[in-house]
Design a binder for this molecule. Structure first.
Ligand code: ADP
Ligand code: ZN
Length: 742
């Protein structure tokens, strides 16, 4: 027998299978993790068996050294998924494979943790044996084991018989007890939430039965659009229960940030130890063991962040993706996969239902639901008809003209003061994504936009110019506002620290916590901050988009959005969508008891349709507005953006190369369009990247906008092939619909 093995080295030169002979006594099958001699020096290397065959054309095959684990670490369905990812994302097979196993498995960095156990030997004439023993401790232990009848860990036994290690040893030596080992799983700790058995509302019941009906039909995607607080989680739990009843298993994805003890506790309360949790803050041992519990079928429900979509779940019945609009489901490193795309592929290959849930579905998902590709289920009301929170919009231009130059409006300051005086809590929300600063007028709110793209321009300090990241258009920074001719232009971008400073000046005695990537990088820090806040150890929580979802703080009566404009004016075609989502989610946070509370949104564009839709919690209104805007400018879902990024030390050479590359690529794409008899290419621009230099490396980008038609995948293939030719001076990094271009 022979095995086709992919070597665990991420390099295009070895991105193919090598054939090895399987020694006769060795038990090797598809998906096994093996050690093989590799290269001229026959260095032992790890690899994965992609297929097994009776014969081979390859002469002089070397022998596999050994299997590293006694079971296949990859399921056949995962191997198929790897192949698919390789063709769609153009990644190395190994890159895809590595997503499916814990990093600790490779190089055997973590071992299974075992526990020594002992049990009474079978068939002993027990009474005689006990009588024959002189040591009373040994006699007691043997009697104990005789009554116990099962295996017990040495550690537990020592709890009953302290300081009796030598007695146990003696019993083993005399052959009266057998010692053995069994694996113990290192499990992350999670608090247990109460599982309140609700009577589902009729909307919830309808949603569950609609999903359950899908179980017995062809695999499909269901979009659950339910306002914040409409009880979506309860629907997930019920659907999972049905899934388990059919003998199937489930994967639940939540944004990393929602993986707080609260959320997991709710699942644990319902399903007990049948769950496994995967996220980035686990220790190596915990991650390894949770993965093994899934692989061995001990855990039937996997809850995790993005990469948990690759969990080795057999017999998959349901995949739930909560907050499906979150950008964290898109991987920004190689391979650049979308967890939703992977989920769709798995669901259709493995016959499962994919349930996407959100209060603010991504435009793309809602578009698909509207056009019949997804089944749409709506939960239009909050549980118990609780009212939606009241959102007050504050016009920051007026504040400025009235002499208030602070980042806190008078309304926010006075609400804060009231809230603190009453002993309630507040959340202040700022959103700053990426690098960029747009330029706006403090007096009239005018924002500079690109003449070609309807995208706000970004200020480049070194050049004193404003530039468009999509088409490369640029213009000098004007001295005054072109709209109102006042000299109050400023670059925007407020940080959490700045908000904290201002807050402390205004309210020196307020206890304040900050939640952003700086304060939460340490393991457990995020959970600690949230716990402190929920225990009332702070009055104000300041945060980035992290605080927008997943937390329930009953004592919060005020939510402030410092500036809705920061997201609204990002140089990104998704900025309106993201703003609507963020405002809706933030308001939903304040949520449950907000009949007594308030949401204050500060903005320089109070009349902007997006702000108005967010104030009235009108998702459908937002969708109808935005989809027309997208069609007007041919933005996704009507098109696909591709960015090719070149990096190099020689700026001049990089520019020449990039410009030339762009010209040739454009010709190829146009030629292909002609052969399709249909246009595909909408725009192709080449220019230095928004951040033109990082760590001594110059950056040059080509941005391509393709019309989304049935030909788009051929165009993408062409771009990939053209970008990855052998022997090129620069190889571009290719991103499809990148989240942030910098
Ligand atoms: P969503 O995920 O849609 O924001 P949740 O699932 O968190 O909403 O539910 C909102 C609140 O309503 C939670 O506190 C939950 O415990 C409660 N809840 C959910 N379903 C019911 C029900 N059928 N009856 C009463 N309370 C419910
Ligand atoms: Zn432009």
């Amino acid at each position: 027998m022979f095995a086709q093995v992919i070597i665990d080295i991420a390099h295009s030169a070895v991105d193919r299978v090598f054939t090895y002979r399987i020694p006769d006594a060795m038990n090797i099958s598809l998906g096994c993790h093996v050690l093989v001699p590799f290269g001229r020096g026959n260095t032992p290397k790890e690899g994965f068996v992609l297929s097994v065959s009776d014969g081979t054309e390859v002469a002089n095959c070397k022998d596999i050294i050994r299997a590293i684990e006694p079971y296949p670490v990859l399921l056949p369905s995962q191997l198929e998924l790897c192949n698919w990812m390789k063709s769609v994302y153009r990644c190395l097979t190994v890159d895809a494979l590595r997503l499916m196993i814990p990093a600790q498995l490779r190089g055997s960095k973590v071992k299974e943790k075992t526990e020594r156990t002992i049990r009474l030997k079978d068939g002993l004439p027990i009474e005689e044996v006990i009588k024959g023993l002189r040591s009373p401790v040994q006699r007691d232990i043997l009697t104990f084991l005789c009554n116990l009848r099962t295996e017990i860990s040495v550690k537990d036994l020592l709890a009953f018989f302290p300081k009796s290690s030598s007695a146990i040893q003696a019993l083993i030596k005399k052959g009266f007890v057998d010692s053995g080992e069994h694996e113990v799983f290192r499990r992350p700790e999670y608090g247990l939430s109460k599982d309140t058995a609700f009577v589902p509302t009729s909307d919830q019941r309808a949603a569950v039965s609609s999903v359950c009906a899908a179980f017995s039909e062809a695999p499909q995607t269901v979009l659950l659009h339910g306002v914040t607080g409409s009880g979506k989680t309860e629907v997930y739990l019920e659907c999972i229960e049905h899934c388990l009843k059919m003998g199937k298993r489930a994967i639940v994805l939540v944004p990393e940030i929602a993986l707080t003890p609260q959320t997991v506790g709710r699942f644990k309360a319902r399903f007990g130890d049948g769950i496994a949790v995967l996220h980035s803050k686990l220790s190596s041992g915990e991650r390894f063991d949770e993965w093994r519990r899934i692989r061995l079928g001990i855990a039937k429900i996997v809850i995790g962040a993005r990469s948990a979509i690759f969990a080795p779940v057999e017999n998959l019945g349901l995949i739930v993706i909560d907050e499906e609009h979150e950008s964290s489901y898109q991987s920004e490193s190689q391979p650049r996969y979308s967890a939703i795309e992977i989920a769709q592929k798995r669901a259709s290959d493995e016959g499962a239902v994919l349930l996407l849930g959100s209060a603010t579905p991504s435009l793309l998902s809602y578009y698909r639901a509207k056009s019949g590709r997804y089944r749409l289920i709506e939960l239009p009301e909050r549980i118990q008809r609780r009212p939606m929170p009241i959102v007050k919009i504050v016009d920051m231009r007026e504040e400025f003209l009235n002499g208030n130059t602070s980042i806190f409006s008078d309304a926010l300051t006075s609400e804060l003061s009231k809230c603190l005086k009453d002993g309630h809590q507040a959340m202040l929300f700022i959103n700053r994504r990426g690098y960029s600063t747009f330029v706006s007028c403090r007096s009239c709110g005018y924002v500079h936009k690109c003449v070609n793209c309807d995208i706000s321009l970004t200020y480049h300090k070194s050049a004193q110019r404003m530039k468009c990241h999509y088409c490369g258009y640029s213009t000098p920074l004007p001295q005054e506002c072109p709209n109102c001719h006042k000299p109050f232009l400023r670059q925007n971008g407020i940080g959490t620290e700045q908000v904290e400073e201002v807050l402390q000046e205004l309210f020196p005695s307020a206890r304040c916590l900050r939640l952003d990537t700086d304060t939460t990088s340490k393991k457990g820090a995020l959970a600690d901050i949230l716990r402190s806040f929920s225990l009332g150890r702070a009055d104000v929580l300041i945060g980035t988009q992290m605080i927008a979802k997943g937390h329930d703080f009953p004592n919060v009566t005020l939510v402030g959005v410092i500036s809705a404009d920061t997201t609204l004016n990002l140089p990104d075609f998704r900025s309106r969508e993201r703003t609507f989502q963020l405002l809706t989610q933030v308001a939903g946070r304040a949520g449950r008891d907000l009949s007594k509370g308030k949401v204050i949104v500060q903005t320089s564009a109070p009349a902007h349709p997006i702000i108005r839709f967010a104030r009235s919690h009108d998702y459908v209104g937002f969708y109808n507005y935005e989809i027309i805007e997208r069609r007007k400018c041919l933005y996704p879902p009507y098109s696909v953006f591709v960015r090719l990024l070149f990096c190099g030390e020689d700026e001049k050479r990089l520019n020449e190369y990039g410009t030339d590359f762009a010209k040739q690529l454009e010709q190829r794409l146009s030629a292909q369009s002609e052969s399709f008899d249909a246009p595909t290419l909408l725009l192709l621009s080449a220019s230095p990247a928004p951040i033109a230099k990082i760590l001594g490396q110059y950056r040059y980008q080509i941005v391509i906008k393709l019309l989304r038609t049935k030909n788009v995948s051929s165009s993408l293939s062409l771009i990939y092939d053209f970008g990855k030719q052998d022997g090129c001076e620069f190889t571009p990094n290719i991103e499809i619909n990148p989240q942030d271009m910098f």
